[in-house]
Design a binder for this molecule. Sequence first.
Ligand code: NAD
Length: 352
Amino acid sequence: MTRNFVYQAAPSRVIFGAGTLAQVGKEIERLGCKRAFLLSTSFQATDLTALADQLGPLAAGRFTDATMHTPVAVTQRALAVFDACGADCLVAFGGGSTIGLGKAIAYRNDAPQLVVATTYAGSEVTDILGQTENGTKTTVRDPKIRPEVVIYDPALTTGLPVAMSVASGLNAMAHAVEGLYAPDANPVTSLLAIEGIRALKDALPVIVSDPKNIEARSLALYGSWLCGVVLGSVAMSLHHKLCHTLGGTCNLPHAETHAILLPHTAAYNAPAAQQALAPAATMFGGDLGGGLYDLARDIGAPLALAELGLDREALVRVANLAVKNPYSNPREVTHDGILGLLTRAYDGTRPI
Ligand code: NAD
C-alpha cells in the first residue's frame, strides 16, 4: 500500500545538454536582468574570462576567488565587488565551492542566480548553504538560496579530472542513497534517487576509461542533477552528518570523504532500511554496501580515510560527536556502531 506523503516541487529552471553554455546570455535576459556578476574559483578563471567575452555587455564584473567551505570573509569581499559594479544578478560557474559563494551572496541580497554546474556535487538545486566563520561551518536553509536557473552542459565536464569525477559522482550517489531511507521520502524523490544512482553507476566506469566520452559525461551530469534534487527535497541522515563532522572538524576534502564513507554508511543502515533500499541493493547484486565498495574500488576512488591524512585518534572524537545530537536515522546510532564503521572506513576494508 502507498503510504501518505507530502511532495513539494522545487522551482528551478533546468537547461540540459552539450552546448547549452551558449544560452547563458538569453537566460540572464529571461530573468529580466542586464548586469551579471560572474563567479568562479581561481582554477576556473580562464573559463570565466571566456564566458565574460561571450556575454559582452551583460557581464558587469567578476570575482574568481571562490573558496571551499564558503568563508564569510570571502563572501563579504565578493559582495563589495558586486555592489561596486552595479550588478543585478549572479552567474556561478563551477562546482559546489563557487555555487556556495553565489548562494551566500544571494542569501544576503536576494540577487537572482544562474548556475553553470561543472561537478556532480548537486548544490545548484538545493536551498542549503554551508558557510564558515571563525573555524565553524554552519548550515542555513532559505528559499532565497536556491538558484533560479541551472545550466548543465556536459561538454564543460570532459576536463573534470578522473579522480575528481569519481569522488564527486559517489558524493552525488550518497544524496540518493540517504534520500531512499529519509523519514520524509516520497515516491517521487525515491524514483529520482533510483534513477540517479543507476545513471552514475553506469556512467562512472566509462568516464574512467574514456574521460572525454560525452555520452557518459551527459549521463553522469543527468544523474547528479537527480541526486541533487533529492538532497534538496528530503532530510539527510547518518552519512551526511558524519561527512559534515569529518569535513568541519578534521578539514577533510568534501567529495573524497563522501566517496569513502558511502559504502560503510549504506552497509550500517541496510538492515534497518531493507525495503527502502531494495531497488538500489538490487542494482548492486543484493548487497548495497559491498557493491558500492566494489564499484568505488573498480573506478579507483579513494577507499580509506587514512589516505586523506586523518589521524586515527580523531575517530573517537567523531564518533562522540555523531551520537551527541539526535537526528533521524533508520538504524540506532550507537557509539560502538559508529566507531566500528569509522574504523573500517579508516582502514579501507570492505564493509560487513
Ligand atoms: P569544488 O567546487 O571545490 O571544485 C573542486 C575543484 O575543481 C575547484 O578547483 C574547481 O574550480 C575545479 N573544477 C570544478 N569543475 C571543474 C571542471 N569541470 N573541470 C575542471 N576543474 C573543475 O568541489 P565540489 O565537490 O563540487 O564542491 C564542494 C563544496 O560544495 C563543499 O564546500 C561542499 O560543502 C559544498 N556542497 C554544498 C551543497 C549544498 O547543497 N549546499 C551540496 C554539495 C556540496
